[in-house]
Write a protein that binds this ligand. Structure first.
Ligand SMILES: NC(=O)c1ccc[n+]([C@@H]2O[C@H](COP(=O)([O-])OP(=O)(O)OC[C@H]3O[C@@H](n4cnc5c(N)ncnc54)[C@H](OP(=O)(O)O)[C@@H]3O)[C@@H](O)[C@H]2O)c1
Length: 303
C-alpha cells in the first residue's frame, strides 16, 4: 500500500486510532476534521471540498453523526453527514479512480434475531441514525466506486466518550449500576476497527477483483449484553475503583432514550475475515488495550 491516505474525520475514536496506526507504520495520511470540512454543509460546498482535496491513494470516511438520540430531533443534519457527505466522497473517489473505505453500523438492523447477522441480511433501522447510515451505504454503492463498507458495533477506546469510559467513571463513585441486559451485541475496540479499515483499503488497493460491498467487522468472541460488558469492564478496572460495583440487569424498556435501539445486533464477521485475510481480535483483548489507554490518560492528567 503506498501513497497518502485521506481520512475524513480527525477527532473521533476511529480517526484517532487510524492516526496512531498510520504513524506506527510510517504511512502518510491527511486528516480532515470538522474545521477543514463540516460534513453538514451544503452539498455544493462538500463537492467543492472533495474536488480540491490533495491527491491520495484512497479515502477512509471515519467521521459520522453518531449522536443516536440527538439524531431523532436533528434528522436533517444526521442525513447530511451520514448519507449525503459519504456519497459525495464516494463520487469523488470514483472520479479519481481510488478506493473508498466507509464505516457503517449495526443499527441498520431492526434487532430481533438469535444468530449472527450476515452482511446481506435485510436491514430495518428503527431510529433516525440507523436510517441515515443505511441510506449512506446505499448511496455509496450506487456511485460505482470501488468500496468496502464496514459495519461495526459498540465502538470503544480508552479516551473517548463511550460505554467503557462511562462505566469506569460511574464505578468510581457508585457501588451499584443498573445496566440494560436485553440488548445483545459485540463490542469493538477502535484500534481493531482502524486495523480492519486499513486491511480493507490495502485489499482494495492491491487486488482488482473485489466487488464493492458491505462487510461486517466487530470484536470477535462472545456476544454480550450491555450489562455483561459492564461487568467485564468493572472487573478489568477493579484496581482503579474504590469499591466493588454490583451490576443489576434491567430491560431496555426501563431505560428511556429518545431513539430505540435494536435488541440483537450480533454480526457475522466471516466474510470480512476471509476476504481480507484478517482475523478480528477478541473484544476482551480490545478492552485490555483500551483500559491501558485509559490508565495512561489518567497518569497524564495527574502530571
Ligand atoms: N461509536 C459507536 O459505538 C459506533 C457503533 C457502530 C458504528 N459506528 C460507526 O463507526 C464510525 C466511527 O465512529 P466513532 O466511534 O469514531 O465516532 P465518534 O467518536 O463519535 O466520532 C465521530 C466524529 O465525526 C465527526 N463529525 C460529526 N459531525 C460532523 C460534521 N458535521 N462535520 C465534520 N465532522 C463531524 C466528529 O467531529 P467532532 O469531534 O468535531 O464532533 C467526530 O470526530 C462512524 O461511521 C460510526 O457511525 C460507531
Amino acid at each position: 500500500m503506498s501513497g497518502v491516505i485521506a481520512v475524513i474525520g480527525s477527532g473521533g475514536q476511529l480517526a484517532r486510532a487510524l492516526r496512531v496506526r498510520l504513524a506506527r507504520v510510517g504511512r502518510g495520511a491527511l486528516f480532515f476534521g470538522r474545521r477543514a470540512c463540516d460534513l453538514s454543509q451544503d452539498r455544493a460546498l462538500l463537492e467543492n471540498f472533495a474536488a480540491n482535496m490533495p491527491q491520495a491513494s484512497g479515502i477512509i470516511v471515519a467521521a459520522a453523526y453518531t449522536a443516536v438520540d440527538e439524531a431523532e430531533s436533528d434528522a436533517d443534519t444526521a442525513r447530511q453527514v451520514n448519507t449525503v457527505a459519504p456519497e459525495v466522497f464516494a463520487i469523488e473517489a470514483a472520479r479519481r479512480g481510488i478506493p473508498l473505505v466507509h464505516v457503517s453500523t449495526d443499527y441498520v438492523f431492526g434487532g430481533n434475531g438469535s444468530t449472527p447477522l450476515k452482511p446481506d441480511a435485510p436491514t430495518n433501522p428503527i431510529n433516525v441514525y440507523g436510517r441515515t447510515k443505511r441510506d449512506g451505504e446505499n448511496a455509496i454503492l450506487a456511485t460505482g466506486v470501488r468500496a468496502a463498507i464496514l459495519r461495526t458495533s459498540w465502538v470503544f477506546d480508552g479516551t473517548g466518550k463511550n460505554f467503557m469510559t462511562t462505566i469506569i467513571r460511574l464505578g468510581q463513585t457508585r457501588n451499584s449500576l443498573a445496566v440494560i441486559d436485553d440488548q445483545i451485541g459485540r463490542p469493538t475496540y477502535a484500534g481493531h476497527l482502524a486495523g480492519a479499515c486499513l486491511a480493507a483499503l490495502k485489499g482494495l488497493q492491491t487486488q482488482n477483483d473485489f466487488d464493492s460491498r458491505i462487510y461486517h467487522f466487530s470484536g470477535s468472541g462472545d456476544a454480550v449484553s450491555w450489562a455483561d460488558f459492564a461487568h467485564v469492564i468493572l472487573e478489568v478496572a477493579s484496581g482503579d475503583l474504590p469499591q466493588p460495583v454490583a451490576v443489576t440487569g434491567i430491560p431496555g424498556s426501563e431505560y428511556k432514550t429518545l431513539a430505540k435501539r435494536p435488541n440483537w445486533s450480533v454480526m457475522d464477521i466471516n466474510l470480512f475475515e476471509t476476504t481480507f485475510s484478517c482475523r478480528a481480535p477478541h473484544w476482551r483483548d480490545g478492552l485490555a488495550a483500551a483500559y491501558a489507554e485509559w490508565q495512561n490518560a489518567q497518569k497524564k492528567a495527574q502530571t
